[in-house]
Write a protein that binds this ligand. Structure first.
Ligand code: CU
Ligand code: CU
Length: 330
């Protein structure tokens, strides 16, 4: 039997993906009849499926700006204590119109909530496992060995309390660290973890972009690529920004199976703060490439009004969903 090619999987519509009962179940009505109405369908980046993802369950346009600062209180020593409840749950999510993925999630969403705090805060994460497999939360950042989320497996029905001080400042991530790791991460157990510097960064329009992908037919290759889960979402719903305003992107790569991912912004350059651990930029460029687990803060100001594309500079990823537009207003 001819090997299914993942590019054809999305361009050719559901029939090509329907290699077996499992994949058939995941594809409901995927088709490739042109792109959105106001863009030429022959543009190489615009090979999107038609139809609508049900955004009531998860809307990438909201997720972009959804920072979760937790429940705060003051400790006897005057420091801020932040607490979150995170529960692992199995949930089917829609990653492109009619394309469903049996995800494992933190709090029912992929990516999990963006946890945000300030350097020096005390953090408590109450984790419970409502899923069907053992899971953990492994945070990047400074913490004790017993808080690392590697050896302390949390079995279904179990709980664990992660507690540590927020450090170092920067852009970090969290993810399940249960083996097989590749599977536990790819299934959706990951999120962004921001530690703001005590001396705050300049006021900006801030947004989180988690670059991810989905292997919808379980062949250890991704069929769908995206920022924040839904393929082509920001092609249909461009990110609105204003000329001249400071735009800050918290960019995290959690793509599994592919060694590299990247982001390219059209018509503009951005400053790169690698891992966000310094307040001075490391680079000024229009394209950045990242391995899994790498994350950088990007800052840019749009110079011209109009529509500017952003996408993975691996053209294949862009064509399989990892692209979108900024709509820049004067
Ligand atoms: Cu897990
Ligand atoms: Cu990691």
């Amino acid at each position: 039997m001819k090997k299914l090619n993942r590019r054809r999987a999305i361009l050719g519509g559901g029939a090509v993906l329907a290699g077996g009962p499992a994949s058939q179940a995941l594809v409901r009505g995927l088709s490739s009849e042109g792109a959105t109405a106001d863009v030429p369908s022959n543009h190489p980046h615009l090979l999107s499926p038609t139809g609508e993802v049900d955004l009531s369950a998860f809307n990438p346009s909201d997720f972009l700006y959804a920072f979760d600062y937790g429940r705060t209180s003051e400790l006897p020593d005057g420091r801020t204590l932040r607490e979150w409840e995170i529960v692992a749950v199995d949930k089917e999510i829609e990653v492109a119109p009619g394309v469903y993925f049996p995800a494992w999630t933190y709090n029912g969403q992929v990516p999990g909530p963006t946890l945000r705090c300030t350097e020096g805060d005390r953090l408590r994460v109450h984790f419970s496992n409502g899923g069907t497999h053992p899971h953990t939360i492994h945070f990047h950042g400074f913490h004790e060995a017993g808080m690392d989320g590697v050896f302390e497996l949390v079995y279904p029905g179990g709980e664990f309390l992660y507690e540590f001080d927020a450090a170092p400042m920067g852009l970090h991530l969290y993810h399940c660290h249960t083996v097989p790791l590749k599977r536990h991460i790819h299934k959706g157990l990951y999120g962004t973890f921001i530690i703001d510097p005590k001396q705050t960064r300049p006021e900006a329009r801030e947004m989180v972009m988690v670059m991810n992908g989905f292997d919808t037919n379980f062949d250890n290759e991704n069929e769908i690529y995206a920022v924040n889960t839904v393929a082509f979402h920001h092609q249909q719903y461009p990110i609105e920004v204003k000329v001249g305003e400071l735009v800050r992107i918290y960019l995290v790569n959690l793509l599994e199976f592919d060694l590299l991912n990247s982001l390219h912004v059209h018509g503009h350059f951005f400053h790169v703060y690698r891992t966000g651990t310094k307040l001075q930029p490391d680079d000024f460029t229009d394209t950045i490439m990242m391995c899994q687990g790498e994350r950088h803060i990007l800052e840019l100001r749009f110079r011209h009004p109009g529509r500017f594309m952003f996408h993975a500079h691996q053209s294949e990823f862009a064509e399989l969903g990892w692209m979108g537009f900024f709509k820049v207003e004067a």
